[in-house]
Design a protein around this ligand. Sequence first.
Ligand code: DUC
Ligand code: ZN
Ligand code: ZN
Length: 478
Amino acid sequence: MSITLIKGGTVVSATGRVLADVLIDGETIVAVLDPESTLLGHDLASTADKVIDATGKYVIPGGIDAHTHMQLPFGGTFAADTFETGTRAAAWGGTTTIVDFAVQTAGGRIEDGLASWHEQAAGECAIDYGFHQIVGGVDADSLKALAKLPDEGVTSYKMFTAYPGVFMSGDGELLRAMQVAGENGLLTMMHAENGPAIDVIAEQLVAAGKTDPYYHGKARVWQMEEEATHRVIMLADVARAPLYVVHVSAKQAAAQIAAARDEGKNVFGETCPQYLYMSLEEHLGATSEEWGAFEGAKYVCSPPLRDSGERHQDHMWRSLRTNDLQMVSTDHCPFCQADQNELGRGDFRKIPNGMGTVEHRVNLMYQGVVTGEISLERWVELISTTPARMFGMYGKKGVIQPGADADVVVYDPNGHTSIGYDKTHHMNFDHSSWEGFEIDGHVDVVLSRGRVLIEDDEYHGEKGHGQFIKRGQSQYLI
Ligand code: DUC
Ligand code: ZN
Ligand code: ZN
């Protein structure tokens, strides 16, 4: 087993920062040491196999992106990142764990969906990975299988009030699943938008000739996110089940979550970088020489980017500061503009939904530290510690302490990252969702279970290094 010493850095946790050296034995952190300590010898560096100089830099637990969709079948095509390409790109950006979604749809078996996702990911990943389970079909068999998921290390599952005919479940089905979840220690994740009503608005827009990507945002109005968020909070309350609302984009939906939490309900919320930084007008409404008004297809995701005049973005940052929202994941689900998004030229409803962010989340959230939106400690909490606690991985993941997996990022606050397709794009699609974004920081070194994946702007990882994580119960359940 090789010994690695990360020397001279500032170890940042969710609760503070301290100058400390980090000693790694093989795959595991074994000590966090006062730099002046001679307890383990006067010249510890000389006994290490590898010394990483972190002077002037932050040493943080590896990023955990708890919401990705590698190679997801969607809209007649597949998300463009595979487990191989998506996890490699994640490593480039300082993310050392993802939690992806295995899929079951109506008529299918949960066991088969999960087995299929295991097959797709095994031997392919550069970083460790876990699974949530999408439940798209509620029946007696799927409810039985749902109850057994914790034995498989899958302690959370996602349902939808959107996408009728694909993933959507009715209120009765949601309630039944939540009851089973509540009894079996599962965390219910919810995509909360009123799908049937949105489909009516979308149909009316298309009938009126309003077919550009911009109208994707006009169809998926915030009222439909607020309504569905309120509804699933009430259903979860009745079912006595904890609830985690994914990808919150509207300030009114965030307010529903905040109100539920204020009443003591076990309700949590996640937003995504796109809802912090992007808008309906600037992005869904973008035009370019190459694509005209179809440029906006690069930014089609659901829920959609919101009107900047309505100040949703500010509200999302504020909610992260006040802990009304607890998490930032990416909903990574990219599609190529050519061939894939082009399926929806002339009808925005046919543009596959999703953007690609898994490579940039750690950096994009650090920029929030630079601009004063969040503290350095809150950054670490959001990108790593809370996801580990929320999804039953804490102790091994999400923290730099003895016994934890040596998933560590050395982050340079004096470095710089220019995001762009020709500069920092290791994901498997034909544009960058974050073209032109500038970050006043840089991911210098990335270790996954003690193995260096990124150093000196070079990739040293390999597919198959990443292992499946059997997750325990959410630490936020009471
Ligand atoms: N939203 C997206 O934008 N893509 C994948 C699925 C989802 O809910
Ligand atoms: Zn969703
Ligand atoms: Zn998603």
